[in-house]
Design a protein around this ligand. Structure first.
Ligand SMILES: Cc1ncc(COP(=O)(O)O)c(C=O)c1O
Length: 421
C-alpha cells in the first residue's frame, strides 16, 4: 500500500494542499493550471518556502552567534532569480568558479558578500573575482596563493580563507563526501598550517580565516561538530567558515536534523572551541533550496508488466541526482495523491539508469496524468543537461496563487545555438 496523503504532503513545500478534486495546490497554484500554462517538465518553486528557509538559517544563526553570516551555496540552484531572492533575504553568496560568479553579479549581488570557491580555479576566474571585488576567496591549493599574489595589485589587500580537509568522512554518498583523507578538495591539516604561515606573511593577501566543508546530504550533526573542532585547532582567526552539507528530507524515512538542531550543534561546538569575537559563516545549499522545489512531469506511456513502467516526459535530463548518487525521490500522481501500487517511474532518456524512482507507489497512473516529484529544488536545475536533445525545463516561482516563470524552457533553437556551420 502506498504512502498516505499526509505522508506525501509532508514532503512538499509547507502549505501544499489538495483542492476539492484532490489535485495538488502548491503556494496557492493548482498544478493542473501550472502544467497547462508552463508545460512539462517544469520546476516549480514555492517562493515563500524558500524565503522561510533562508530566514530560519539567517535568524537562527544570528540568534545563537551574533557575529555570523549565512552564505547560499549557489551551486545548488544557480539562477539569477534565486540569487536575487536570497541576497534580498540578506544572505551572502558562495560561488564555485567564474560562471556562478558571473551569474551572481548579473543578479546584482553585492560583490563584497561573495565567497569564491573552486579546487581548480583558473587565472581568468581568479582575475574576475579580484576585479569584481569579491569579499572572500577561498584558497584550495598553493597555486591559488601564487596566482593571487600576482593578480592582486594596488592598495587593496584581498581577503582569503584557507580550506582544510580535516579527515572526516561523513555517512553520505562517496560522490558528495569531501572532508575525508584523500579528498581532492582543500589542504590537509599540515599543508593548511604551511599555507596559513605563508599567508600571514603576505603583503597583498589578507588571511581572514579558515574554511571547511565535509560533504553533502549529511543526516547527523556529529560530523559537523568534529569539523568545527578541527578548524578550532588551527589557531585564532577572524572568520571560521564551516561550510554546508546538512541533508534534506527526500523520503519518509529520512530524518535530517532540523535547521535549529544543526545550528545548536554547530554553535555549541563553536562556544567550546572558537574565539568569542570570531565570525562564524555557514554555506547551506541543498537544505536551503531542496524542499521548496517540485518537478511536474506528464506521463507519456504506461507499460503494464512486471514491473509496471510509468514513463514521463523528463528524467535524467532534469534530475541527475538519482543516476549520480542514487538519491531516492518519492512521487505521486498529482491528481490522485497517495495510495497506489509500486511502479518504476522512469524518464525518456536512452539509458536503463534513467530511473526517477524505483518501486514508487502511484495510484492508477495513465498516459496524460501529471506526476509531481517533491524535493527537487537542489542540484536538479544545476545538473540539468540536454541528453537526447532534452530541453531544460522552465523554473516557475509561485506565491499566493500567482505564478511567474523566472527561467524559460529551452527551445530547439537553443540546442542549435552553439553549433557552427
Ligand atoms: C564549499 C562548499 N560549500 C557549501 C556547499 C553546499 O553543500 P550542501 O548543498 O550540501 O549544503 C558545497 C557543496 O558541495 C561546497 O562545495
Amino acid at each position: 500500500m502506498g504512502a498516505s496523503q499526509q505522508e506525501l504532503l509532508s514532503l512538499f513545500p509547507p502549505g501544499t494542499v489538495l483542492d476539492r478534486d484532490g489535485t495538488l495546490v502548491i503556494a496557492g497554484c493548482s498544478v493542473t493550471d501550472l502544467a497547462e500554462r508552463f508545460g512539462t517538465p517544469a520546476l516549480i518553486v514555492d517562493e515563500a518556502a524558500l524565503r522561510g528557509r533562508a530566514r530560519r538559517y539567517a535568524d537562527g544563526l544570528a540568534a545563537r552567534w551574533a557575529n555570523s553570516r549565512v552564505a547560499f551555496a549557489s551551486k545548488a540552484f544557480p539562477c539569477t532569480a534565486v540569487y536575487r531572492l536570497l541576497a534580498a533575504e540578506g544572505l551572502s553568496i558562495d560561488v564555485a568558479g567564474g560562471g556562478e560568479l558571473a551569474l551572481a553579479l548579473a543578479a546584482g549581488v553585492d560583490p563584497a558578500t561573495l565567497v569564491v570557491h573552486g579546487n581548480a580555479k583558473t587565472d581568468a576566474e581568479l582575475a574576475l573575482a579580484v576585479q569584481a571585488g569579491a569579499g572572500l576567496i577561498v584558497i584550495d591549493n598553493f597555486d591559488d596563493i601564487d596566482r593571487l599574489e600576482q593578480l592582486v595589485t594596488g592598495d587593496r589587500r584581498q581577503s582569503v580563507l584557507v580550506r582544510v580537509t580535516p579527515g572526516i568522512r561523513p555517512d553520505t554518498h562517496a560522490a558528495v563526501s569531501t572532508g575525508q583523507e584523500g579528498s581532492k578538495f582543500g589542504l590537509t591539516l599540515p599543508q593548511a598550517r604551511k599555507a596559513i604561515a605563508r599567508l600571514r606573511a603576505s603583503d597583498v593577501l589578507r588571511l581572514d580565516g579558515v574554511h571547511v566543508h565535509i560533504g553533502s546530504q549529511i543526516l547527523d550533526t556529529e560530523p559537523f561538530v568534529r569539523a568545527v573542532e578541527a578548524v578550532a585547532d588551527l589557531g585564532t582567526f577572524d572568520v571560521y567558515n564551516v561550510g554546508g552539507g546538512l541533508g534534506a528530507r527526500y523520503t519518509y524515512g529520512d530524518t535530517p536534523p532540523s535547521v535549529e538542531e544543526y545550528l545548536d550543534a554547530l554553535v555549541d561546538a563553536a562556544r567550546r572551541g572558537l574565539p568569542r569575537g570570531a565570525r562564524i559563516m555557514i554555506e547551506p545549499g541543498r537544505s536551503l533550496v531542496a524542499e521548496a522545489g517540485v518537478t511536474l512531469y506528464r506521463v507519456a506511456t504506461v507499460k503494464h508488466g512486471e514491473p509496471v513502467f510509468v514513463a514521463v516526459d523528463g528524467g535524467m535530463g532534469d534530475n541527475l541526482e538519482v543516476a549520480l548518487y542514487g538519491q531516492r525521490f518519492e512521487a505521486t500522481v498529482a491528481t490522485r495523491v497517495g495510495g497506489g501500487d509500486p511502479c518504476h517511474l522512469v524518464g525518456r532518456h536512452c539509458e536503463s539508469g534513467d530511473l526517477l524512482s524505483v518501486d514508487v507507489p502511484l495510484r492508477d497512473p495513465r498516459p496524460g496524468d501529471l506526476i509531481a516529484v517533491p524535493v527537487t529544488g537542489a542540484y536538479c536545475y544545476s545538473l540539468a543537461n540536454n541528453y537526447n536533445g532534452a530541453l531544460r525545463p522552465p523554473v516557475v516561482f509561485c506565491r499566493d496563487g500567482e505564478a511567474r516563470a523566472v527561467v524559460r524552457r529551452e527551445t530547439y533553437d537553443d540546442l542549435r545555438r552553439r553549433d557552427l556551420p
